[in-house]
Design a protein. Structure first.
Length: 333
């Protein structure tokens, strides 16, 4: 069964280029969004870089980039991305008049996202007041002191407040862009982009796994990877932390502590995340009834699946399927 989809204009993404921009962050935004396409190969996003003043802009490397467009790009942008710029971000707590005027051109309802310390720009603009945000863990304390009205979470890879999003270090920008594609067009499209870039479509955990940790006791096994791999093969059945700990021959307490260190979240929360992700894939790619989807991913009932999907995505399983279900095939009951 296939569902016809009316063609639509690509979503317009504007990327701010400031002096000291990190080339990797600038490039990854273009590469990821430009990789998202319809089954027929049509681009789903149109990405345009802009500078406060068009022309050559120095990067934090030994070369400059030439940016042809100015802030007028913001007049039609539907998503704005602010990559990091060193050393501007952590030395300027107040926006320059030119940057303030440029951001004022953003239309109401436009999404704005930051990569790494680009969050300093969003905070200085007042867009993060009263909201949860993240930035590179190394800059988190400086960010907290500069913007006490922002709820800083240095442990996650990205935060999503609807129209305002933030991400951690450079590579977390990949996670954020894939998240936006997944939010706009579903897991299948985001997974295809990730496959083309040879990166995980959804990285486990958060920045906690990259912080410097105490050296483990000599001879101690410090990985929970085998238990996670086993759990992914058995999501359809009830799973307990004790059962996962047993797979690694650890006590529940030790397993839980090391799991948090490696993944950045608790085992039970991670299991829920994996079940929701698997449910999304089944809703997109199959015609399984909702109760069968719930059973296949280990939720106790269709009601439980609806609750978790609503908490994570804000929609019901049927709404998600109607939005993102493309070509599907029926799995025999």
């Amino acid at each position: 069964m296939s569902r016809s989809v009316e063609p639509r204009a690509p979503h317009r993404v504007a990327v701010l280029v400031r002096p000291g921009v990190l080339p990797m962050e600038l490039g990854l935004v273009h590469q990821i969004f430009r990789g998202a396409r319809t089954p027929g190969g049509a681009p789903l996003y149109e990405v345009t870089s802009f500078a406060l003043e068009p022309g050559p802009v120095a990067t934090d490397a030994d070369f400059s980039v030439h940016v042809e467009r100015g802030p007028d790009v913001l007049d039609e942008a539907e998503t704005v991305v602010v990559p990091a710029s060193h050393p501007l971000d952590e030395t300027d707590d107040v926006l320059s008049p030119a940057l303030r005027d440029a951001l004022a051109r953003i239309r109401p309802g436009t999404r704005i996202a930051s990569v790494c310390t680009g969050a300093f720009v969003l905070a200085a603009a007042g867009l993060l007041d009263g909201r949860r945000a993240t930035t590179h863990w190394h800059s988190a304390e400086r960010f907290r002191r500069s913007f006490p009205a922002v709820e800083v979470d240095p442990h996650v890879l990205y935060t999503d407040n609807g129209e305002v999003l933030t991400s951690a270090g450079e590579a977390a920008g990949i996670d954020l862009c894939l998240h936006l594609i997944r939010r706009d067009h579903g897991a299948a499209v985001a997974n295809e982009v990730a496959r083309g870039m040879v990166v995980p479509p959804h990285r486990e955990g958060g920045q906690a796994q990259y912080l410097q940790l105490p050296v483990p006791e000599p001879g101690a096994r410090d990985s929970t990877a085998r238990a996670r791999e086993w759990a992914l093969r058995h999501l359809h059945r009830p799973l307990s932390v004790a059962e996962l700990a047993e797979r690694e021959a650890m006590s529940v307490r030790t397993f839980t502590r090391r799991f948090r260190q490696e993944v950045g979240t608790s085992p039970l929360r991670w299991l829920t995340q994996q079940r929701v992700e698997r449910a999304r894939q089944l809703l997109e790619r199959t015609e399984l009834p909702v109760d069968r989807v719930a059973e296949a991913v280990g939720f106790t009932s269709a009601v439980s699946l609806r609750q978790h999907l609503a908490a994570t995505l804000g929609v019901s399983p049927s709404t998600y399927r109607q939005t993102f279900g493309g070509d599907r095939h029926t799995i025999p009951t």
